[in-house]
Design a protein around this ligand. Sequence first.
Ligand SMILES: [Zn+2]
Length: 204
Amino acid sequence: MEIQNKKITRAKVQLQNEKPFFAYLIMNMTFIEKEDIETIGVDALGNCYYSPKFIEEISENELKGVLAHEVLHLVLEHLSRSKDLQHLLYNVASDLCVNDMLLENGFDLYSKGLLPRYHEYTFQNSDGEDFTISDINKKTANQVYEELLKALKDDEKAQDGEDAKRTDKHIESKDDGKPLTPAETRSKRKMEKGNKRSVHLCEG
Ligand SMILES: [Zn+2]
């Protein structure tokens, strides 16, 4: 869709004046329209896949933040650092780190993204209890990931008895169509419950 491509080009031009460092990095990404994803994502080669509908819906300022978000995943090598880790949980951890940096740099971010405040973000476990990731600015995505993993494991331990009795275990599907493992399903459900919105997933 021509219009969305123009919107991306316009955002890149504006960034050259406003945030030249980010603009320089973004200029080296290849933008590819993809109808079957909901938002936007990046792969390790610097290909940025976007849903035309998503680009249409967000404001120009949000788009600038979104482009900077994608390029930071590349700069921070999140794609290679997430190997062998739980995909969804690492997406959450890396998005928190990226968004924290971008807020610090004065970007407007996608309003439905995971947005830390004062370098903190609070999730809710299955009992409705809060657990907070703090000092995000001082942590790598892998450190945030370990904290999230620990919090979820503690929560699962507490829930083990209850889970064993349940007969309606349902497996939700990932974007790539593969079923989630029970642990991933629980993580996803908890994240959605805590935040009442879907988690931004970067492809690749
Ligand atoms: Zn992301």
